[in-house]
Write a protein that binds this ligand. Structure first.
Ligand SMILES: [Zn+2]
Length: 285
């Protein structure tokens, strides 16, 4: 099936669930071999329940990412470092299955493996699609705030690869953090979560539910097709008075900073907007 789908240009990357309850190493490698022949990126759900050597195998195929990784050992970390494979940590899954084994954060830091943070969006073991994951990564995994910010921007984009469709490859450096310009590029659907969205004008104030991804907001509020933010994290750092505009199908079209004031009748994000990719894990595909 994979070659046929790849020939039609329908495949960005393949993912294998390598675990004692799912694909073995040998089966996983068969999938990777087919993908590699066609130049398709690979990702792996690895070392979530046991150390089966999945991360090291994925590194041999220069995987974009290996995900979960609670049971990852030093050899696997070293292999990921060599291959430039991103470690995607999934604190939601860790929490929901009541895992007690922490991913080897100190080893990942020592080997300078880029660490991304993601939801899992798995209805069975991590039914979450929220950047609440940033909080969980700090509380459950003891990650630092700068690590988490990089985990949902720069490193998250890297775990996606240089996908043209999402335009996630370009980087920016500013203010001590790096992000991904593509997160606010034209056509990008993955962005930010305004904690609460409200109408700017006091008399027309109304509130929407908290903890929504802007991408959800964009598609469900296609009639307004715009959102104003007093503060937003853009490729060149924090900017003020930013207007986001998108097409009826929810694709971001234009980002305009430094407006003099909020446009009339455009809803306003109550908090700062930060680019972030909610779901990098296999269940996102
Ligand atoms: Zn998984």
């Amino acid at each position: 099936m994979l070659p046929a789908l790849a020939d039609e240009g329908l495949v960005d990357a393949v993912d294998v669930f390598c675990e004692r309850i799912d694909f073995t190493l040998v089966q996983s490698e068969r999938v990777f071999e087919v993908a590699a022949k066609r130049g398709i990126g690979v990702k792996m759900h690895a070392e979530q329940l046991s150390n089966s050597g999945g991360a090291a195998l994925s590194a041999r195929y220069r995987a974009l990412s290996a995900d979960h990784l609670e049971y990852l050992d030093e050899a696997g970390v070293a292999a990921m470092n060599k291959a430039g494979t991103v470690a995607v940590l999934l604190p939601g899954a860790y929490y929901f299955i009541r895992e007690t084994q922490l991913p080897p954060l100190d080893l990942l830091r020592r080997y300078e493996v880029p660490i991304a943070i993601s939801t899992d969006s798995n209805p069975g073991t991590s039914p979450v699609t929220s950047l609440l994951m940033m909080n969980m990564a700090t509380t459950l995994f003891r990650m630092t705030v700068p690590e988490v910010l990089q985990g949902v921007t720069r490193h998250a984009a890297r775990a996606f690869g240089n996908s043209k469709r999402h335009g996630l490859a370009r980087r920016w450096t500013t203010g001590g953090f790096r992000g991904v310009a593509g997160a606010v590029d034209r056509g990008t659907r993955l962005l930010v979560r305004p904690s609460v969205v409200r109408a700017c004008r006091a008399r027309r104030r109304h509130r929407f539910r908290a903890q929504r991804a802007l991408s959800d907001y964009m598609t469900t509020h296609s009639s307004s097709q715009a959102l104003f933010a007093e503060h937003a994290w853009l490729p060149d750092g924090w900017r003020r008075n930013v207007l986001f505009e998108w097409s009826p199908d929810g694709a971001l079209q234009r980002v305009t900073p430094d407006l003099d004031h909020a446009p009339h009748d455009v809803p306003c994000a109550a908090g700062p907007l930060v680019p972030g990719m909610l779901n990098l894990h296999s269940h996102a595909f």
